[in-house]
Design a binder for this molecule. Structure first.
Ligand code: AQP
Length: 335
């Protein structure tokens, strides 16, 4: 136990085509953590989470292949990490039921994503939308994950997973590692290009609000040109210039430059120069990812093979964990 490497785990929903926000806030970070060689890495496409809002089955299947290919194209290497599809590993929903008995109704009612999504999907406020954070806690705790690399919007859910782990451990000591959110310094919350008070979201109905990882360069240039800024044409970060500040965050995350460097670079130049520069930086950042994804998607049998191998490795961990927890709870061991 003492020499065990720390575990990094995260997931992403195939609820649409992934955005620059998803990439900068999470996927890019997963690849960096994997390549740092300091952690045991487990990353998954969380399809069970995606059905908390209605999905067309054909679209969901296609989006899952696409997302899986994009994760590999971004640099997740099945030889260096366990890469899998959540619904292929039955321990996740099994543990979720157990944890739901250790989660309070009041805690779930306070989740901002639940409040936000219930407003956006008022005709379908289902129990899954409400208990989503419990399944997420199961995703995390079943691997005894130490760090959870996510964007800022998921911090509250990771906090809840911590609270659930602590509560369970108080009743059954030593059951779970208490996880911590691991949020990137730059790119933690990329905002909508059309409404910088809202985060960039793949399920947004306004296509100009987000940049997709698979957007061709022309689309990126067009969407950047239309991005909301403000009347004062200075490239400077400030709370009353949320549109420009958001573009600066994107530029900083894509190029590694600091805000001071960006302000100096565009001093006296205005948005006519700044926006195309941001567009170019994003095009170059996403180009290899887009090209590699298209290549990988030509061979779905290969992707399915990688998915199957990943799920097998994941199940070896989760089956043992579920048995251990069932035993603690007093269930008779299955043979
Ligand atoms: N705008 C964002 N900026 C930075 N990080 C972001 N993430 C999402 N949006 C941004 C991070 O991406 C990871 C995967 O997210 P998810 O698929 O689990 O769902 P989400 O957080 O609900 O993302 P979306 O794009 O808004 O999806 P929909 O529209 O389906 O709800 C997470 O680590 C998240 O923090």
């Amino acid at each position: 136990m003492e020499n065990k490497r720390k575990v990094s785990l995260s997931g992403i929903q195939p609820s649409g085509k992934i955005t620059l926000g998803n990439y900068l806030g999470s996927i890019k970070n997963w690849v960096d953590i994997q390549d740092s060689d300091e952690y045991d890495n487990r990353y998954c496409v969380v399809d069970l989470h995606a059905i908390t809002v209605r999905q067309d089955p054909d679209d969901l299947r296609e989006q899952t292949y696409q997302l899986f290919a994009q994760l590999m194209a971004a640099g997740l290497d099945p030889d260096k990490c366990i890469l899998f599809i959540q619904s292929h590993v039955q321990g996740h929903p099994e543990l979720s039921w157990i944890l739901s008995c250790f989660t309070m109704f009041g805690e779930l009612s306070r989740m901002t994503q639940f409040k936000d999504k219930s407003q956006r999907h008022a005709d379908n406020i289902n129990a899954g939308l409400f208990t989503y954070p419990v399944l997420m806690a199961a995703d995390i705790l079943i691997y005894d994950a130490d760090i959870i690399p996510v964007g800022e919007d998921q911090r509250q859910h990771v906090e809840l997973a911590r609270d659930i782990a602590i509560r369970f451990n108080n009743r059954f000591p030593g059951s779970f590692v208490v996880p911590e959110a691991y949020i990137p310094k730059e790119g933690a919350k990329i905002m909508s290009l059309q409404d910088p008070s809202r985060k960039m979201s793949k399920s947004d109905t306004n296509e100009n609000s987000f940049i997709l990882v698979m957007d061709p360069p022309e689309a990126i240039v067009k969407k950047m040109k239309r991005a909301v800024t403000d009347s004062d044409a200075r490239v400077a970060a400030s709370p009353d210039k949320p549109g420009v500040t958001n573009l600066m965050h994107i530029y900083a995350a894509a190029t590694g430059k600091s805000f001071a460097e960006i302000e100096a670079e565009f001093e006296g130049k205005g948005y006519g120069v700044f926006k195309p520069a941001v567009a170019d930086a994003v095009v170059e950042l996403l180009r290899p990812l887009r090209e590699k994804s298209l290549e990988l998607l030509k061979d779905k049998a290969y992707l399915e093979d990688v998915m199957a191998k990943g799920a097998e490795k994941a199940r070896a961990i989760t089956d043992a964990k579920v048995r251990q927890i069932y035993d603690k709870l007093g269930f008779i061991a299955r043979r």
